[in-house]
Design a protein around this ligand. Structure first.
Ligand code: THU
Length: 131
């Protein structure tokens, strides 16, 4: 799967976002090692802390389906679903990636007009904690 195709799926997934409080819609598309893709969006809550990010929605869908090996994720987001700049994963999502992925796990940040900035998990979460 190309990074462009994964990016496209993330943009599509953003449409499912439930974000009545912040207005920020976020989408993610997670590529498993077996070639399957799980998408996710952010789901907000009136009491705020139960809010889940798009990346974690995608990971938890995949993990709950028995997937354990992952290659890459594409992420995009923006106010009212309008992508302007890149929308990098928050610290909590990076830690969830750490749980299931190695240093070379690829994170594609999807910007406006299909721009893609690619990073590894090691770059996004150096000297990370894991057991
Ligand atoms: N959000 C994500 O979906 N992913 C991130 O990595 C950063 C933040 C969501 C959570 C919340 O619904 C909105 O963006 C604004 O924080």
């Amino acid at each position: 799967m190309t990074s462009e195709k994964l990016a496209e799926l993330a943009v599509q997934a953003m449409k499912g976002a439930y974000a009545p409080y912040s207005g920020y819609k976020v989408g993610a598309a997670l590529l498993c090692a077996d070639g399957t893709v799980y998408t996710g969006c952010n789901i907000e809550n009136a009491s705020l802390t139960p809010t889940v990010c798009a990346e974690r929605t995608a990971f938890f869908k995949a993990v709950s389906d028995g997937k354990r090996e992952f290659s890459a994720i594409a992420v995009c987001g923006g106010k009212d679903g309008q992508i302007e700049g890149f929308f990098p994963p928050c610290g909590v999502c990076r830690q969830v990636m750490r749980e299931f992925c190695r240093d070379d796990f690829t994170v594609h940040l999807v910007g406006a007009k299909g721009d893609i900035k690619t990073r590894t998990l090691a770059q996004l979460l150096p000297e990370s904690f894991s057991l």
